[in-house]
Design a protein around this ligand. Structure first.
Ligand SMILES: Nc1ncnc2c1ncn2[C@@H]1O[C@H](COP(=O)(O)OP(=O)(O)O)[C@@H](O)[C@H]1O
Ligand SMILES: Nc1ncnc2c1ncn2[C@H]1C[C@H](O)[C@@H](COP(=O)(O)O)O1
Length: 222
């Protein structure tokens, strides 16, 4: 019996992994998809035509980048739907608006009119009864120090050149955002409680928690 069957996880489940930059979403996405035999939906960083430019000049490129991410995530959403689920998704669409666009608008690096246009587009595409929400959002949380270490270790130049205050601001916003997030059920995982790099077998404990959590939320919905 595979882990998915052992812990009663439906093969149509869609699980999205959320959390600040560098917290370990992609690592978790790969580990869970392998353990459950699910497909993956990754954020493509290397082929993103705006990301480098954006880190060089937030004001000039923040609107372009948000529209690009929105289109990419929407295409992925369609792909997930067409396969009938069975996916682990690296970062949720909700973080684009709830964290990134909002932060850049409030910090003055996205103009009010661009933010309004982006929000209208987001709401028209996502906040409709036709948009399927994930069955579960796994929120990865960790200390600022461990996250900064991971950003350094991963070594993307554009992120390393960005002031630490940017990551601190994001970290605080994530904490506030998740406390009021209610678009789908949330399972929080502290990155100190598992280590997928040193102990890949620990993924079974995470799958067990997902199975238990999905079962509990399904019972509550009945
Ligand atoms: N459990 C872990 N322990 C130590 N390092 C980790 C762990 N998970 C991820 N990392 C490392 O942290 C960095 C960021 O991880 P990644 O999965 O790319 O994060 P994200 O997708 O959230 O930006 C990578 O260098 C990765 O190897
Ligand atoms: N919506 C976004 N706005 C700005 N920047 C974003 C957005 N989504 C992702 N990013 C950036 C942050 C990182 O530099 C890369 C990849 O994110 P990661 O958390 O490492 O998967 O894209």
């Amino acid at each position: 019996m595979n882990l998915r069957e052992k812990y009663g996880i439906p093969n149509s489940a869609v699980i999205t992994i959320a959390g600040t930059v560098g917290v370990g979403k992609s690592t978790m996405t790969t580990a869970l998809a392998n353990a459950l035999n699910f497909r993956t939906s990754f954020e493509k960083v290397d082929t993103n035509p705006y990301l480098d430019k954006f880190y060089d000049d937030f004001e000039k490129w923040s609107f372009h980048l948000q529209v690009y991410f929105l289109a990419e995530r929407f295409k992925e959403q369609k792909r997930i739907f067409e396969y009938g689920g069975g996916f682990i998704q690296d970062r949720s669409i909700y973080e684009d608006t709830g964290i990134f666009a909002k932060m850049h608008y409030e910090k003055g690096t996205m103009s009010p009119v661009d933010y309004e246009t982006y929000k209208n587009l987001f709401d028209a595409m996502v906040m409709t009864p036709y948009f399927p929400h994930p069955d579960l959002l796994i929120y990865l949380e960790g200390s600022m120090d461990s996250i900064l270490e991971r950003i350094q270790e991963r070594g993307r130049p554009m992120e390393q050149q960005t002031p630490v205050s940017y990551w601190e601001e994001m970290h605080t916003r994530y904490k506030n955002w998740i406390d009021s997030f209610n678009a789908c059920p949330v399972l929080r995982l502290d990155i100190n409680d598992y280590d997928l790099m040193k102990d890949p077998e620990c993924v079974e404990q995470i799958v067990e928690r997902i199975g238990y959590f999905l079962d509990k939320t399904a019972t509550l919905r009945k």
